[in-house]
Design a protein around this ligand. Structure first.
Ligand SMILES: C[S@@+](CC[C@H](N)C(=O)[O-])C[C@H]1O[C@@H](n2cnc3c(N)ncnc32)[C@H](O)[C@@H]1O
Length: 247
């Protein structure tokens, strides 16, 4: 058994313009390539919103979005089926550059990058990022390599806020398993920096397995269709959809 251990990751403690942080963020693209994240997320999102009946733009929020480049790759694959998307990228650091926003725009996706702590977003009485705060919900909230940062009461508060504010949630996180742990120790082979090598191992220890996210998901007031599964060699995915949202 591998108990779940959540520890602060090195990258999160570095200043946005620290060269080691900049290098590690670039490394993330290689890491995603090795993990096959883009196609895992693309498949899940394509399926998640396939039956959507509502008209108008799809409103999507990514939590802990980083520089937005992973979702941009997913957006390129989804754009033919999802031509109208309003995407909000939330991260604790200002990492999304104009060129990235322009590339989203070329796909017809309208992107807004917001800087803030996800825990503050979760703690606010109504969603400060939604244009229509009082009634509307996101069609979809997404997180990639992100919710494994949290545990305990903070994680419960975050999941509660997500569940209250969206019709669908999808997370693609590290899988806490021996193969993923071995992979994280060998990740230097793809040429990543010391910070990334260290954080990769921490991420696997903080990752998920089995039905752990299902057990933590708040189901008291709303019926949800939940699915939790392994994807690729190293990823663990969780999908939640409100029952009846496509009716
Ligand atoms: C491992 S990176 C993943 C980035 C992106 N989702 C991806 O997959 O490429 C984790 C991101 O979470 C952000 N982050 C960490 N703690 C946060 C918090 N409390 N609120 C918002 N963002 C946070 C970091 O700044 C970082 O960009």
């Amino acid at each position: 058994m591998m108990p779940r251990i959540v520890a602060a990751e090195t990258l999160d403690g570095l200043a946005v313009d620290d060269p080691a942080a900049m290098r590690s963020r670039r490394d993330l693209r290689r890491v995603h390539h090795a993990m096959g994240t883009r196609s895992i997320v693309h498949r899940a999102l394509r399926d998640a919103a396939a039956a959507r009946r509502k008209t108008g733009p799809l409103r999507v929020l990514e939590l802990g979005a980083g520089d937005g480049s992973l979702m941009l790759g997913v957006a390129r694959a989804l754009a033919p089926a999802w031509p109208q998307v309003e995407l909000t990228l939330l991260d604790a650091q200002a990492l999304v550059d104009r060129a990235t926003i322009k590339r989203y725009g070329e796909l017809g996706w309208h992107v807004v990058a917001k800087v803030g702590d996800v825990l503050n977003w979760a703690a606010s009485a109504s969603d400060p990022l939604l244009p229509d705060r009082a009634t509307a919900r996101w069609d979809l909230i997404v997180s990639n390599l992100f919710v494994h940062h949290f545990e305990g009461a903070q994680f419960a508060a975050l999941l509660n806020a997500i569940a209250a504010r969206t019709d669908r949630f999808f997370a693609c996180e590290p899988r806490r398993a021996w193969l993923a742990l071995a992979g994280s120790h060998l990740i230097g082979a793809i040429g990543v920096s010391a910070v990334t090598r260290e954080d990769a191992v921490l991420s696997v220890h903080a990752g998920f397995r089995g039905n752990e996210l299902t057990a933590l998901w708040p189901t008291q007031t709303v019926d949800w269709q939940l699915r939790e599964y392994s994807a690729g060699l190293f990823s663990h995915c969780f999908r939640a959809e409100r029952v009846g949202v496509n009716a």
